[in-house]
Design a protein around this ligand. Structure first.
Ligand code: 5GP
Ligand code: MG
Length: 181
């Protein structure tokens, strides 16, 4: 069972659910006066669980356009050269865009997706992340909504993977040291 591979829980599923509801409230208030609503741009694959939970708490008119940027291919636990696997799957021209990512680490991913969305003519661009490593997050990558600040550790669960595993672990946790190659 995957639980056997985890060393400890950093944020349990109940705390995540409560925080996601609060974030949805902040997002809903931000876009409440926009009749066209917004387009969410989730950064695949890590943001899928967060996206699914967030949008079901958002009573707004919305569209979803996917983007896939790979930074930690395979079993890497330090950022590698970025690869855009999928360009935006939908049109964001003149749309209010909210980029959704699992975690803000060095900021390279968000910096790139923010630029991509601006180039495509979005009317406004904001970003939301479930987790942020504040020791590393750069000042030039604005993130309007943050779930939790976490220590600079490699975390998994709630969508975040190691070697594409553990996305289904319901909490955010840390792997046993021996498991990371
Ligand atoms: P950045 O480009 O900000 O350095 O990294 C962001 C991306 O790297 C995230 O979208 C996420 O997929 C991945 N990432 C960064 N830190 C972690 C981590 O601690 N655990 C996992 N599983 N992925 C991470
Ligand atoms: Mg990611």
């Amino acid at each position: 069972m995957i639980n056997d591979d985890l060393d400890r829980i950093l944020i349990d599923r109940g705390a995540i659910a409560e925080r996601v509801r609060a974030l949805a409230g902040e997002v809903a208030a931000t876009y409440a006066d926009q009749p066209g609503g917004l387009t969410l741009v989730p950064v695949l694959s890590g943001s899928i669980i967060f996206l699914a939970d967030l949008i079901r708490e958002l009573p707004l008119r919305m569209k979803v356009a996917l983007v896939h940027v790979s930074t930690y291919p395979g079993s890497a636990t330090t950022p590698q050269t970025q690869r855009v696997v999928l360009e935006l799957s939908g049109d964001v021209k003149d749309r209010n865009v909210l980029i959704v990512d699992d975690i803000l680490d060095s900021g390279k991913t968000l910096r790139r997706v923010q630029a991509m969305v601006r180039e495509r003519g979005a009317r406004s661009v904001r970003s939301i992340v479930l987790l942020r490593k504040p020791s590393k997050a750069p000042a030039d990558v604005p993130v309007e909504f943050v779930g939790f600040d976490v220590e600079d550790l490699f975390v998994v669960g709630y969508g975040l993977d190691y070697d594409d595993l553990y996305r289904n672990y319901p909490h955010v946790g840390v792997l046993k040291p021996g498991l990371i190659r």
